[in-house]
Design a protein around this ligand. Sequence first.
Ligand SMILES: [Zn+2]
Length: 439
Amino acid sequence: MMNIIIFAIEKNATMKLRMLLLTVLAIGVGSSVFSQNNAIRKCATMEHWNGKVAAEPSLQQQWEVEEQQLQKMLTHAEQARQTNMIYTIPVVVHVLWRTASQNISDQQIQSQIEVLNEDFARLNADTGNTPSVFKPVAAATPFRFCLAQQDTSGNPTNGIERRQTTVSSFSTNDNMKSYATGGLDAWDESRYLNIWVCNMGGGILGYGEFPTAATSSTYGLVIQYNCFGRIGTLMPSYNLGRTTVHEISHCFRLSHIWADDNGTCTGSDYCSDTPNQGAENYGCPTFPLLDNCTATGNGVQFMNYMDYCDDACLNMFTNQQSLRMLNAMSSYKPSLLTSTACMPPSTGISPLDQVFNVSVYPNPSEGVFNLDMFLLPSVVGDLQMTITDQLGRVVRTEALANPAGRILPVDLSGEADGVYFMKLSNKDVNRTIRLVVAR
Ligand SMILES: [Zn+2]
């Protein structure tokens, strides 16, 4: 036990932990307190952003103009309707490793995608820990994630690429985002959300780049390798994948819930349903937690993903955060919301595949689609239609005999809102069309 404690002191020579050590020794509690406190969450999003603004001051002006536009959109009634839509965003994970433990497994990466799909949908197992006073504003956001199934050239991929690097630790200067500086280049940011997983220096657990209308080859997020996913090589306290949930939210334009205003209570995270908060919180506070900005009542929302508490104590986004993310992404990265890189590439090799020509309208639809095969040459022959949902469950199969020259209705009005994939195939052709049901 002494070895563990001495190691912890050397790793974390802050006054706070020294005090904690003395307290622990004094009251004779075991070393478990240290395993819960052996790192302090540090997100470098603002440090990274301030660095970009210092190099290019017009970025701040652009941010403010965009912010005014966003605020107008937030009052736009039509946005409420759009929240029924689900957007599945293709992700590519770039793993940069120097030691074997940094080369995290495919399974660990997959576990992170699962966390994202739970937390952004509010299907996480710990929603019951959200204090009841905050439950009315807790949101299921419209975002889902997949590992990309086709690369930038249309070839099959598992959405993961790896590189052994000589860089022992990276910083917020974006070197991990370029091959020339020991990293891996971004995939087309208009079609993929880029995530770099690497070893960060300075105790940084990650950072995200805010979206703007301008194209950026560095857009995406960076995550410390042992805070990524929820199985495998993981740091205590940050072992449930919530660092990535937090950093993606910055990429979707959420600010920290305390607004980085140095405790003055004058800043805003631009979300009216998050209480004003003075500073970040750590560990796992007990509800209600009052501070200098919200000194009475229900206190601050320390369990929000945009605070700094331990992964096990974060469990919610709010409705305004969800709407803000949707408005920002619809405005600045619309092509990412409609990217088809989650679908496997067509594997058709027959010349018939090249004359395959069908269209579907309306799409999105409230449930009934028209499958238009007027331009489909009759030589293509009979087709098998299979429709699956985002989880791969088959919701419809149908044999289409001699479909060329016809328009067939496809009725999904009995299905929930969301994204579906319609596969049309026979021995010669294989096509998948993305359908969106939105009411
Ligand atoms: Zn952050």
